[in-house]
Ligand binder design. Structure first.
Ligand code: MN
Length: 567
């Protein structure tokens, strides 16, 4: 847990980046101080968590900004450090990352949430930068490893959130290793009994399989060598427990039917050798029909590339082989993080020469990355769609104070939000808090904002809102509310024939106001041959209108009076 260890890991991939190493050192000290008196639920110093998060990021070959943000990621939430302070001390880019992670922390997963998919998308939309997600994944990985220390009720929620939200995101970003690890960490908390059963029944099978594969290994090596192939490495890939469990559900829980419980993984130098090695395996043992998968020619949507085959191996036992290059292996393990690393190295010179600003580089790299994926995997619609839909199109995701996700068009305001929640809340909306600060009702909301609507009884929709609301739904509801409120107060028009007299108008208006009717319009024609007054007041019904008429009739100088109800 020393700075040395962290710097060393960083320098493995960025040997000349002294500036980066200095920033990491500064963040290290800052975070250590900020969390000085805090403990984790495990009793450990809180800083352990930040160190582990940052170290993981360094091992994914991420840049110093990500590693520093990893160290600082809980300072705003847990230590009351302001965004401004992080910005002043570490600059725009790092504070952007820290703030992004803080925003993600506000999202609360609820089991009954109908749209897990929109939650996943929202996380991508809020993040705006893949590095925010990497930091969140590193953070979650450490939290999952220490989950046994927190209260049981919370354990299950966090484990579910991990398996349902974060593992699929990691998978989608091509980080299958992380996805699998997150799932396996969550598994015992979600299905404790099934987990125990599987561990028990799989143990023996695993041991047996390993012993068996040890017999297979020398045969593979010899035959590859005959074909002129010396593998970069050859190892065993044990199927992850949670994915094994999911597979078993499809195979009647019968372990006998799972051929890839442990697979032999052959890493070779290049693509040609991959196909060559596949040929060697098929010459040695006959393949099972329908189990040869060429993910090199047709990569999985998340970018995974490899050749898979199952053969009737030694003693006719079905056995899976995976063959790929070093580069494909790296991509399979760390996915986008590895990708990001190459990108950021490529873009670094431009960045240093001031050709692109920090914000530009963030946006262009994210955009470029999506475009690149699109070119690389033209058939992988699902993946690209999932990443881009809400990011590039016109939706934002905001949260209720309870952490419920609300999905609105870009430019939506607190009034749109209020009507989305309920039309009564919309109608009685008197003010709004955005991220705990009072904000004007026409403020455009941003993804990740927490919106709290302040209501007032008997308040009505305001016509002015129509000038800024974005959603058709809110518009319709506002119009409806206005119409309703005006149509219930009927107006009455009086025509009063009178003698012109000083004080006449005052006497009439006094009567009206004593009876609490609002005057809407008053016109006097006192210089006409037959002087008269036209008066429109807000009297709701015939009875009240007539009652008032009788009172006005008694005023001195009033000769005749008639009325009609108008809209
Ligand atoms: Mn954390």
């Amino acid at each position: 847990m020393t700075l040395d260890k962290l710097t060393k890991e960083f320098k493995k991939h960025f040997p000349d980046d002294e500036v980066g190493a200095q920033v990491i050192a500064k963040a290290f000290v800052f975070a250590k101080n900020a969390h000085k008196n805090q403990k984790r639920a495990s009793g450990e110093n809180y800083f352990v968590h930040l160190f582990e998060t940052a170290f993981k990021l360094a091992s994914w070959q991420l840049d110093y900004q990500s590693i520093s943000a990893g160290l600082l990621h809980d300072t705003i939430e847990d230590c009351g450090v302001s965004v401004q302070e992080v910005k002043d001390k570490f600059g725009e880019e790092i504070s952007f990352l820290v703030e992004g992670v803080t925003k993600l922390g506000n999202i609360k997963y609820k089991e009954e949430e109908q749209s897990i998919e929109s939650l996943r998308k929202m996380i991508l939309a809020i993040s705006k930068d893949l590095r925010v997600i990497f930091i969140k994944l590193a953070d979650r990985l450490h939290n999952m490893k220490t989950l046994n220390h927190i209260p049981i009720q919370k354990q299950k929620r966090i484990a579910l959130e991990t398996a349902e939200i974060y593992a699929p995101i990691a998978y989608r970003l091509g980080m299958q290793n992380i996805a699998g690890e997150l799932e396996d960490l969550a598994f015992p908390y979600i299905y404790p009994e099934k987990h125990r059963w599987l561990i028990g029944s799989v143990k023996e099978s695993y041991d047996e399989r390993m012993k068996y594969l040890k017999k297979v290994e020398p045969i593979v090596l010899t035959n590859l060598k005959k074909a002129g192939i010396v593998p970069v490495s050859l190892d065993y890939r044990a199927k992850r427990l949670y994915s094994l469990y999911k597979k078993l559900l499809r195979y009647d829980l019968n372990l006998e039917n799972i051929y890839d419980l442990i697979a032999l993984r052959i890493i070779v130098k290049n693509v040609e050798e991959c196909y060559l090695a596949l040929g060697v395996i098929h010459q040695t043992w006959p393949p099972l029909p329908g189990r040869i998968k060429d993910y090199i020619a047709l990569p999985k949507p998340n970018g995974y590339q490899s050749l898979h085959t199952t053969v009737f191996c030694v003693d006719d036992k079905p056995t899976e082989f995976q063959i790929r290059t070093d580069e494909m292996h790296e991509q399979a393990e760390n996915g986008s993080a590895a990708h990001w690393f190459y990108e950021s190295k490529k873009g670094k010179d431009d960045y240093n020469q001031g050709k692109i600003s920090a914000v530009d580089s963030k946006e262009t790299i994210w955009t470029k990355q999506l475009k690149e994926w699109q070119n690389q995997f033209p058939g992988s619609k699902e993946f690209i769609e999932a990443l881009k839909i809400d990011f590039f199109s016109d939706r934002i995701f905001v949260l209720t104070p309870e952490g419920k996700v609300v999905d609105l068009p870009v430019g939506s305001t607190p009034v749109d939000f209020a009507y989305y929640i309920h039309s009564n809340i919309g109608d009685s909306c008197a003010g709004a808090k955005i991220n705990n600060k009072i904000a004007p009702l026409d403020t455009p909301l941003q993804s990740g904002d927490i919106v709290d609507i302040l209501t007032q009884k008997n308040k009505r929709a305001s016509e002015n809102w129509l000038n800024f609301v974005k959603t058709h739904y809110a518009k319709r509801k506002i119009k409806y509310s206005i119409k309703k409120s005006t149509s219930t107060t009927k107006k009455t028009e009086y025509k009063i024939a009178c003698k012109s007299r000083i004080g006449l108008i005052k006497d009439i208006t006094t009567i009206i106001s004593r009876n609490h009717f609002p005057v809407i319009k008053m016109e006097t024609f006192l210089n006409d041959k037959y002087p008269f007054i036209r008066l429109v007041i807000g009297a709701e019904n015939k009875e009240k209108a007539e009652n008032l008429m009788l009172k006005i009739k008694k005023v001195e100088g009033v000769k005749e009076i008639g009325y009609k109800l108008i809209d």
